[in-house]
Design a protein around this ligand. Structure first.
Ligand SMILES: NC(=O)c1ccc[n+]([C@@H]2O[C@H](COP(=O)([O-])OP(=O)(O)OC[C@H]3O[C@@H](n4cnc5c(N)ncnc54)[C@H](OP(=O)(O)O)[C@@H]3O)[C@@H](O)[C@H]2O)c1
Length: 292
């Protein structure tokens, strides 16, 4: 592997679009993977809002940008600028990864497959009953992945009840998965939590230490063999994860979803197996260096 990568006129360009993007970890992850695999590719962040998305997508086509990551607030808005959608992106109605193959732009939702792969990597199976906190973008990706893999039942609870109902509507496509929406009140969660072998935090509670889902969960109702899955990755250990670990429950941290969704994107863009360990180490090093 060369330690020094010369960016030349032939270097393939990849970018993340969204606003804000200056905090994004995607450049850190993808550049470390490109470098490790000795690929003549570079990944940059391009701040883009809804108001200049049309122009940005014209630039993507004009300059043959090879691939994009897409973040807030563009994951749904961007669909109108694409030529094709993968099945999961179509079902979810949101895209976080785009591949440009000879001018044909195809949208994917790698949060969905990334979530599934992160579960399989540790447990080699899907749960039979899942409990999802939240009904936003990541909750949709998680729920669709669970339903695509024929999970028997998914409970969904969300502060905004209507948003949870609209996710339930989306999931009605899957005939083998029963979906039940529960009001955002801890007493209503008791029975459902007690049945669930996977519990996923898809809310932003805990992100940057704001809000704390662990204070709302009736932990005595959580099964001892349940897997507790956190999607928030900053901080790397949220209070929700800390509490679950203190009760000796099995946990998966948000960094796993971050790495696996990036790995799926890397594989779409390069056709190569992603260097997972290198990608993970790049994030840990970067976040640790920010703290110091
Ligand atoms: N690990 C990864 O790779 C990865 C990928 C994507 C996202 N994430 C994380 O997932 C989280 C959600 O992202 P998203 O894209 O789904 O965002 P989103 O579409 O904006 O959804 C936010 C969700 O959080 C809920 N929420 C926000 N504040 C709340 C509060 N104070 N009390 C209760 N619920 C609250 C919202 O409920 P309402 O509908 O009631 O507002 C909604 O369900 C973020 O923290 C993000 O960091 C991680």
């Amino acid at each position: 592997m060369n330690n020094y990568h010369v960016i030349s006129g032939k270097t393939d360009i990849y970018a993340i679009l969204g606003d804000p993007v200056s905090h994004s970890l995607s450049p850190v992850i993808h550049n470390s993977a490109f470098k490790y695999e000795n690929l003549d590719k570079v990944f940059i962040a391009l701040k883009t809002g809804k108001e200049n998305l049309k122009l940005a997508m014209e630039m993507v086509r004009t300059f043959s940008i090879k691939g994009l990551s897409v973040t807030m607030p563009l994951k749904e808005e961007i669909l109108q600028y694409l030529d094709k959608l993968s099945p999961e992106a179509q079902l979810i109605g949101a895209v976080n990864c785009i591949n440009n193959e000879n001018g044909i732009l195809t949208g994917y939702n790698t949060d969905s497959r990334g979530f599934g792969l992160s579960l399989l990597a540790k447990y080699n199976r899907y749960p039979s009953i899942a409990f999802v906190f939240g009904a936003g973008g990541v909750a949709k990706a998680v729920a669709v992945e669970l339903a695509m893999n024929k999970v028997k039942k998914i409970y969904i609870t969300n502060r905004n009840f209507e948003r949870a109902k609209s996710l339930e509507d989306k999931l009605s496509f899957f005939k083998e998965t029963n979906v039940e929406v529960i009001q955002w009140e801890d007493v209503k969660w008791n029975n459902a939590l007690n049945e669930s072998d996977l519990i996923v935090n898809c809310t932003s509670l805990g992100m940057n230490n704001k809000g704390d889902l662990s204070l709302l969960v009736p932990w005595d109702k959580v099964r001892k063999d349940a897997i507790i899955y956190e999607t928030v990755y900053e901080p790397l250990e949220t209070t929700f994860l800390k509490k679950a670990r203190s009760l000796n429950l099995d946990t998966i941290a948000g960094i796993n979803l971050l790495i696996y969704q990036a790995a799926v994107a890397f594989e779409i863009w390069t056709g190569k197996v992603a260097p997972l360990k290198i990608m993970e180490q790049s994030v840990v090093n970067f976040l640790n260096s920010k703290e110091n």
